[in-house]
Structures are given as C-alpha cells and as structure tokens.
Design a protein around this ligand. Structure first.
Ligand code: PLP
Length: 381
C-alpha cells in the first residue's frame, strides 16, 4: 500500500517506537508513586513536558498531557466557557468537529456561539474576529491549519486582536505543528492543542498549553475528576510511554521540519505533474499551494467521479474522501461546503497527504494509479 493519508494519522517514527519500548520496561512505575521507580518515571514525564514546552515556546508549568487533541480541545473550550456561564464564543466554520461539536453542545446549554464563515481558500480574517467580539466573549477558537484542505489561518493577526480586546484565544494546532514552527507568544494564543499521532508519535496522547496568565487566579475546570494528575486538570494515571513518545516525536519534528516541508512540497508537485500528464479525467484543486497552505496536503475533485465509488478501485492506495476523522458521518464535508464547493465537486473530492516516509516514486506511482482508476469503465487499462 502507498500510504498518503498522513492527515488522518501518521506512522510512528522508529525512534519514537524505540523510546516507548524502553519506557514500557524501564518506566512502568506510576509517576505519582513516591518510590524510586515512580520518581524515575516522573522524571521522564517531566522531561517530555520540557520538550513539549520548548516545542510551543511555553513554560513547563503551562503544559498538560491529555489523551489527544479531541480531549484537549474539549478541556480548553469547556474550561473557558465555564468561567462565563451563558457567555459568547467565536469560532470558524472549518474547524475540526472536536471544536465545532463542543461549541454546539455549549450552545445547547445556553452559551452563545458565533461560527465565522471562511473565504474560498478557507481563511478567516482578524477583522472578522474583531467585528464579532462582544463584552461577554469568553473565547475565540481558530485552528492553525485545516485537516482537509491545509489552509493556514492568520493566527498571529487574530492574536493581536484578541490580546487588545482582552479575550482568550485558543488554537487547535493539531495539523499545523508538524509543518510550521509555533511560538505561543508570537502567535498571541492563550491555549493551544495538538496530538501525538499526527506528528509520528503514538495515538492516545496529546498536549494542551494554557498560559499561566489564564490560570494565575483560578485553574480551569476539569472534565474528569479523580487522582488530581496534571495539576488537577486531567485526572487519571499518566500514559507514561505515550507521553515519553510524544516528547521524542516533537524533538524529531523540530529537527526535520524545515527540510521536510520543502521535500513534501516537491513531492506534491511531482504528484500533480504526473497526474496532469497521466489523467484522462479533468480535476480541480480544492487545496492551494504557497504560504497560506500546508506543504503536504492535496485536496482535489475529479470531474464526473464519485469518490466513494473510486476508493474500492484504489485498494493499493491509502487516501481519504473528505475527513477521515469523521468518516462515519455520511454527510458531505463541512469544510468543502464552507469554502463554497458545489455538491458534485464535493462528491468527487479526495484528500491525499504526503509524509516523512513517502518517497518521490510513491508519489508518482500513486498519481498513475489514481489516473487509471478514475477513468470511466471501459477506458481503464
Ligand atoms: N483537531 C484536528 C485539526 C484534527 O485534524 C484532529 C484529527 O483527528 C483532531 C483535532 C483530533 O485529534 P485526536 O485524534 O488526537 O483526538
């Protein structure tokens, strides 16, 4: 199989697997235990916390480990909402479901939610955000980069607006941190979330950054109550091996991020060149290139093709239609609808995302394979 679905999840880097294997044998003790074995495990968890803090430009005391980005987004949004019952939240139409559905839940419970429309590229502007802030706005939540079309949002500009207004800004950076250097101060964000399994780390672990400014006076309300781990914000015994794996994953990202971004952009170009040459089926790009888009994402619509029919013919190619994160939902992609695509173009849309272990030959083979499978029946070789 040629794996081109890195936005759904990434394979683990062998270096991450190695440290996790060691962690499972050497650091199995509960990091909360006061004995020597527990203390050794605790130190490794804290080492990982330092790595994550460096990765986002925060302090160690501002990092909380969670089970992933879904949980981190829930804690961030519900935790902030809880500070202002019935208050107002601003988000954007192309956010991940873990943000949109959390906001929808809060709306049902009496909060007021503004979902900003995006332009044809999938961007919101800082002016849009500024225009919707109210006296009772408790949180703005905008993602760093989109998981279906790769659009990068102008977070630093939005951050200047929210800072000036004294409103907290949350950024779901799950899809961005693998490709873009992140600094919470430069971005002006107060809360930031991401996940291990999108950056060649393990599944079931994520991180939440919360600025100490926000928690100086009072902590955020937790979703789960129990043992008081993660300074009471996320109870439950630490997933030590996964946390250690996450620490290694972020360190590796930092080492290779820039060169990988350039390489992946070239792979995407090679794929598109080959697809254009080999394809008898016209296609339209739904994602873009250049500084406003992630370098490894490609979303395109094949004319006259239903992507759901196409997938079974592409058994050797792992790609997705719309978002695999909510593939159980049969409704058309909310992201493609939000950028104004007509239903037939949404129907023919596929998403490919290249990754750390993708070779140029994989990209070219995938393009030829796709071109062949997309031809009408009878015209296929
Ligand atoms: N946010 C974005 C932008 C995503 O792409 C995903 C992917 O699933 C998530 C959040 C959820 O992450 P997790 O699988 O760690 O819960």
């Amino acid at each position: 199989t040629i794996y081109l679905d890195h936005q759904a999840t990434t394979p683990m880097d062998p270096a991450v697997m190695e440290v996790m294997q060691t962690a499972c044998t050497q650091y199995f003790a509960n990091p909360a235990s006061p004995h020597a074995a527990g203390v050794r495990a605790f130190r490794e968890v804290e080492r990982a916390r330092s790595a994550v803090a460096r990765f986002v430009g925060g302090a160690r005391s501002e990092i909380y480990f969670t089970s992933g980005a879904t949980e981190a987004n829930n804690i961030a949004i519900k935790g902030m909402a809880d500070r202002c019952p019935g208050g107002h939240i601003v988000t954007a139409a192309t956010e991940h479901k873990s943000v949109l559905d959390t906001c929808a839940y809060l709306r049902e419970k009496g909060w007021s939610v503004t979902v900003l429309p995006v332009d044809a590229q999938g961007q919101v502007t800082a002016d849009q955000v500024a225009g919707h802030l109210r006296d009772d706005t408790v949180l703005v939540s905008v993602m760093l980069a989109n998981n279906e079309i790769g659009t990068i949002q102008p977070i630093a500009e939005i951050g200047r607006v929210t800072r000036q207004a004294g409103v907290a800004l949350h950024c779901d950076a799950t899809q961005g941190v693998g490709s873009l250097a992140v600094d919470v101060t430069e971005l002006g964000v107060d809360l930031l979330t991401f996940s291990g399994h999108k950056i060649y780390g393990p599944k079931g672990v994520g991180a939440l950054y919360i600025s100490n400014r926000l928690t100086d006076t009072a902590p955020l309300a937790p979703l789960m109550h129990g043992g008081g781990q993660e300074r009471g914000l996320r109870a439950g015994t630490h997933n030590t091996a996964a946390i250690i794996g996450l620490g290694t994953a972020v360190t590796l990202v930092e080492e290779v991020r820039e060169q990988e971004a350039r390489r992946l952009e070239k792979l995407r170009h090679a794929f598109l060149t080959e697809l254009t040459a080999a394809s008898g089926t016209p296609f339209r790009l739904n994602s873009g290139t250049g500084p406003d888009f992630l370098p490894h994402t490609l979303n395109l619509s094949l004319e006259g093709v239903d992507a759901q029919d196409l997938l079974p013919r592409l058994a050797g190619l792992a790609i997705s239609t719309g978002s695999a994160c909510n593939s159980s939902a049969q409704e058309p992609s909310h992201v493609l609808r939000a950028i104004g695509l007509p239903p037939e173009q949404i129907k023919g849309s596929i998403r490919l995302s290249f990754g750390r272990f993708t070779q140029e030959s994989d990209a070219i083979d995938a393009a030829r394979y796709l071109a062949g499978a997309a031809l009408p029946e009878g015209a296929r070789g």
